[in-house]
Design a protein around this ligand. Structure first.
Ligand code: HEM
Length: 452
């Protein structure tokens, strides 16, 4: 009795808040009920990670000093460390929960980049970039670029010798770019002093890039809202552009269903982040200019290791390394216009399956290689020995799968034709069916037109 009364009061209060705040009006569009799976919301996980970075970053901003001048006293001893480093030291050692805050911000950046890569690869393999989502894909590519920019600019802020050296290597790569490099130079390096660089990196990290990310994210979500969620990947070139009538009927409202579904994952994410940061808090490396420190190998964060390793290859100049990176970038940006096949399932796109696998394999092996042997030069023979097998095995596996798939697909089609007494769609004397076709007819028709 008391419970029912309590529920009724809760419902009435909830209804009042929803109505007066007009929440259902500003909620996003309803979604099909089968999208209650994490794989459909990988982008939302990235957005949630970004939100955590903004909140934790604002809290860190209360204590951090983007200054190159000496702070004097750190850890109870006279120190010649720059204020940027010793304010970080202060956050870790003196601010209540400061170590947890800083560690979750750092690991949160790793998680955001990792989740963005998952979101990217899911979209790549499932062909979500196809009509009408070409712009969503292109805005997403820019989001990825700016996310990496956040990582790059944030790395320098603690002003450790390690981050300073890695930033210098990154800058050499960026500034060697033909035409763009000299233009970027004065903007990044400011007056050429350490303070100038630190101030520019700080401004980019806490203001310019987050603003750009926020604006791009707004456009990305507006495009998502306008086109709706991409239906599952399919071999049928026509059917899956839209949801089926049954799927349309089974849509669930964004508010409160999907919103709370996301909230559950967001809380789990934050819990995991805090747990990992509590178990393995980040250790601050030594500061820039500490002459007593042991010489360290220059190493970036994991997401740039592949690029650093690439520069270690004998004969690879910074211009070549940056040039190849740009080729990959342009390929990703223009992918919706390069892959013109109307089918979205990866098994129907062997060339792009091969390219995607190759890119993933290249990225993984270079990252591991970069982590194991940072700064060690690699001779061409060893490069060929490690990288060529990836591409060869990939080509053979994708080729074999595609061959098997087309064989069994054609066999199934023939069997269906026989059972439905449809005219043949393969082989000599192929004609297009004139009679009514079963539900998967568009695929059969397309095959008849030779669009495989
Ligand atoms: C900071 C990085 C990014 C954020 C925060 C983000 C956020 C989102 C969100 C919230 C969605 C709605 C559906 C979902 O949750 O999956 C989405 C969809 C989408 N994103 Fe991203 N995204 C990012 C990066 C990217 C990248 C790198 C790409 C590809 C290059 C991309 C391409 C797309 C596409 C094509 C869709 C529509 C997918 C569909 O309808 O299922 N996004 N993104």
């Amino acid at each position: 009795m008391l419970g029912r009364q309590f529920n009724r009061t809760l419902n009435r209060t909830w209804g009042f808040i929803e109505d007066r705040a007009g929440i259902p009006k500003w909620a996003l569009r309803p979604q099909p009920d089968f999208t209650f799976k994490p794989s459909y919301w990988t982008g939302a996980f990235v957005a949630n990670a970004f939100l955590y970075q903004v909140v934790s970053g604002l809290l860190l901003l209360l204590y951090y000093q983007p200054s190159y001048t000496f702070c004097g006293q750190a850890a109870g001893q006279l120190s010649s460390s720059p204020a940027a480093w010793c304010s970080t030291y202060y956050i870790i050692n003196s601010v209540p929960m400061g170590s947890l805050l800083l560690s979750t911000h750092l690991y949160g950046a790793y998680a955001m980049i990792f989740l963005a890569l998952i979101h990217f690869y899911r979209g790549y393999y499932l062909g979500v970039y196809k009509k009408p989502r070409e712009f969503s894909w292109m805005v997403g590519t820019l989001l990825m670029l700016f996310t990496l920019g956040m990582g790059f600019t944030g790395y320098l802020l603690p002003y450790t010798q390690l981050s300073y050296n890695a930033t210098q290597v990154g800058l050499v790569l960026a500034l060697r770019l033909p035409t763009v490099g000299p233009l970027l130079g004065p903007f990044i390096l400011a007056d050429g002093t350490g303070q100038g660089l630190l101030s520019r990196m700080f401004a980019a990290h806490v203001l310019l890039i987050p603003l750009a990310l926020g604006a791009l994210l707004y456009a990305h979500i507006a495009l998502f809202e306008s086109h709706g969620i991409a239906p599952p990947a399919s071999s049928d070139p026509l059917q899956r552009r839209r949801f089926t009538a049954q799927e349309e009927k089974n849509h669930v409202p964004f508010w409160p269903h999907i919103f709370f579904y996301m909230t559950k994952w967001a809380l789990l994410y934050i819990g995991l982040l805090i747990g990992i940061a509590a178990l393995w808090p980040w250790q601050l490396p030594t500061y820039v200019g500490n002459l007593a420190a042991v010489q360290q190998v220059t190493e970036p964060d994991w997401y740039f290791l592949w690029e650093f390793k690439f520069v270690d290859f004998a004969g690879v100049t910074p211009v070549l390394a940056v040039g190849l990176t740009n080729v990959i970038l342009v390929f990703v940006l223009l992918l919706p216009f390069l892959d013109r096949s109307p089918r979205t399932h990866p098994r129907d796109r062997p060339v792009f399956l091969f390219l995607g696998n190759s890119l993933l394999g290249f990225f993984l092996i270079m990252t591991v290689w970069g982590g194991l042997t940072p700064g060690i030069q690699i001779l061409p023979a060893e490069v060929a020995l490690r990288l060529v097998p990836i591409f060869l095995v990939n080509a053979v596996v994708v080729g074999l799968f595609y061959w098997r798939y087309t064989r069994s697909y054609r066999a199934r089609l023939r069997a269906r034709e026989r059972s439905l007494r449809l005219p043949g769609v393969y082989g000599a004397g192929t004609t297009e069916s004139a009679g009514p076709l079963p539900p998967s007819a568009p695929a059969v028709r397309a095959q008849g037109r030779g669009e495989t």
